[in-house]
Write a protein that binds this ligand. Structure first.
Ligand SMILES: [Zn+2]
Length: 156
């Protein structure tokens, strides 16, 4: 936060960091050593009309960016996602869908998952599809089972 006050010698309006309150500084205009006043909000508001309007102006100056800030962030978010999607040259990525990972409570959604993914990346970005077999231990039966997976190499 900045502190605005007037030099008691030359009346130059000076703006300093609030942390400098109470410290001695040299006025850049008249070179007189002056003490930065400690802010007293009640004093500013009951002092003279010039100070009142100055305070109002300063307050207005602060209020505008504060209100714009969060609004900007809200607008920026979707733009950022768009930028990410369009960003630079696409990288080659690999995704492996294991059949067992796509079975939810006995409901086999493997084809649905793979199809949704392929549609999402788009046909033109698919470089290679490879069928794989893998073994895993079935928790229920404690048997080693062979299952299938698909490896997708794509640009994304
Ligand atoms: Zn001065």
């Amino acid at each position: 936060m900045d502190l605005t006050f007037h030099c008691p010698h030359c009346q130059q309006e000076l703006m300093v960091d609030a942390g400098a309150a109470g410290q001695a500084i040299q006025c850049p205009t008249c070179n007189t050593e002056i003490t930065v006043p400690v802010p007293d909000i009640t004093n500013i508001h009951t002092h003279n009309p010039i100070h009142d309007s100055a305070a109002a102006r300063v307050e207005h100056h602060f209020v505008v960016p504060v209100h714009e800030g969060p609004a900007e962030v809200l607008i920026v978010k979707p733009i950022t996602e768009e930028v990410v999607a369009v960003e630079g040259p696409k990288k080659i990525k690999v995704r492996i869908f294991r059949h067992t990972d796509c079975v939810e409570v006995g409901h086999d959604r493997y084809e649905e998952f793979v199809a949704a993914f392929l549609n999402k990346i788009g046909e033109e970005n698919i470089i290679n599809l490879t069928a794989l077999n893998y073994t895993h231990i079935d928790i229920a039966t404690q048997k080693i089972l062979t299952d299938y997976a698909i490896q997708v190499i794509y640009r994304g």
